[in-house]
Design a protein around this ligand. Structure first.
Ligand code: RM4
Ligand code: MN
Ligand code: MN
Length: 430
């Protein structure tokens, strides 16, 4: 396996922090012991936590106004994978990468898979892109893709999704994520029902091409690029389509894709109940689809989502295996640092949710003791689990402090001449 950030650098950095970590871990162990929680069991679960990194998150993002490129940005999917390997070497909980096509299209997908293998990485869900026109494309997606009024455009979009599945098979992926930019900008522009009928007819053709053992993840989004209506605007339309298509189709929850103040954890509970939860695109937001770093704004919401997920685990819910992925845009930070931080923040929510005393919570719920029920959740949320996260990384061969270790490696500076800076500034979603 190719080593990008050297083991010896990680070990040197860890030596500096090891004694303090041991003391912090012991202290937390005794605290948790007093609450009847075995820190060893929680740490083992922390080590089993995995979240995929989006290939498109490794480049510096931008807004529709501008993009300010960073130093030594990856120029192609091979370099994106190298950056993902750095992330995984340090945080040890991001073993897979989700590619986006045609952004990550290559001539030889076997070679790409080998490159990932050599870096110790696997491929997560493949993403299709029918929200942009590609050079030389026969039919435009200006007025939509799977729901376009033009049959030729719809067929082209279906074909693209089917080729994504084919590429994904070579890469060892087992899911296709379909997010479309279809929608309308004006009341009256689109017939809601006819548009969704067209979408479903196209989605059915994609569904029929989903191989055994694969799943089709449908992603909803309330607005953008369409600003009046979108074809799959919320989890309701999402789950209706997933139910219509069949058991391989499930609803994916991107945290930034809801109306303000929506109770996302409750949506998650509903999707779990009806076995339709595909998984997540984690990010954080203040206003809309901001794609901010996970855990940077609303950490309690993220915890409450994990509370539902851990509860489902605790109840041994059948067929419960949601896919975890980050989907963020890093406009002012080094994407590697943001992705490391975010992966650890999502892992933090998972670990905190494991600390919820579920039997006690059940009792308070039955007794309608609202205050103590809320306090039971808060007791878990207010526990600082940092030593568990750091210990999990250390035990897996990663960094106790990933950001400090990454900075000590001076990765971008070393690559600066191999990866020349992009000139000028451009705008762009990612
Ligand atoms: C969308 C959505 C999709 C992602 C694109 C780049 O807003 O979140 O998951 O593929 O952005
Ligand atoms: Mn997304
Ligand atoms: Mn989004």
């Amino acid at each position: 396996m190719t080593e990008i950030v050297s083991e010896s650098l990680i070990a040197d950095q860890n030596t500096r922090l090891s004694d303090q970590l041991d003391r912090d871990y012991e202290h937390l162990a005794s605290q948790l012991d007093g609450r009847g929680i075995d820190i060893g069991a929680i740490s083992a679960k922390a080590m089993s936590f995995a979240i995929a990194v989006p290939s498109w998150g490794t480049g510096t993002g931008g807004t529709r106004f501008a993009r300010f490129p960073g130093l030594a940005e990856p120029r192609n999917v091979f370099e994106k994978l190298e950056d993902c390997a750095v992330i995984n070497n340090l945080v040890c909980c991001t073993p897979s990468v989700s590619p986006h096509f045609p952004w990550d299209k290559v001539d030889d997908f076997t070679e790409l898979r080998e490159h990932a293998d050599n870096l110790g990485l696997a491929f997560d869900a493949v993403n299709s892109n029918t929200f942009q026109d590609q050079p030389g494309q026969a039919h435009s997606y200006k007025y939509g893709s799977l729901s376009n009024t033009s049959q030729a455009a719809r067929e082209q979009a279906v074909e693209h999704n089917i080729e994504c599945i084919e590429w994904g098979k070579v890469l060892g992926s087992n899911a296709l994520t379909v997010w479309v930019g279809d929608g309308s900008n004006f009341p009256g522009q689109q017939h809601f029902t006819h548009a969704l009928e067209r979408y479903l007819e196209s989605a059915r053709k994609i569904y029929d091409a989903i191989p055994d053992g694969w799943q089709m993840f449908i992603e909803h989004k309330m607005f953008e690029p369409a600003f009046y209506s979108t074809i799959i605007q919320d989890w309701g339309s999402n789950v209706l389509c997933a139910m219509e298509l069949g058991p391989k189709a499930k609803s994916l929850v991107d945290l930034g894709h809801h109306a303000p103040n929506v109770n996302i954890e409750m949506i998650v509970a509903r999707l779990i109940q009806f076995r339709k939860l595909a998984g997540f695109h984690f990010n954080d937001s203040k206003y809309g689809d901001d794609d901010l770093d996970s855990g940077s704004i609303n950490t309690y919401q993220q915890f409450l989502i994990f509370n539902e997920l851990v509860d489902a685990e605790y109840r041994n819910t059948p067929d419960f295996d949601p896919a975890y992925m980050l989907d963020q845009s890093h406009n002012v930070t080094d994407p590697i640092e943001s992705l490391m931080n975010s992966a650890a923040e999502v892992q933090r929510s998972y670990v905190k949710a494991l600390l919820v005393d579920r039997e006690t919570l059940d009792g308070y719920q039955d007794a309608n003791d609202a205050l103590m029920a809320a306090n039971t959740l808060k007791a878990a949320y207010n526990t600082d689990v940092s030593p568990i996260l750091a210990m999990a990384r250390k035990r897996a061969g990663g960094a106790i402090d990933p950001i400090a270790t990454y900075r000590a490696a001076d990765y971008r500076q070393h690559l600066a001449s191999d990866r020349p800076a992009a000139t000028g500034s451009s705008s762009g979603i990612v």
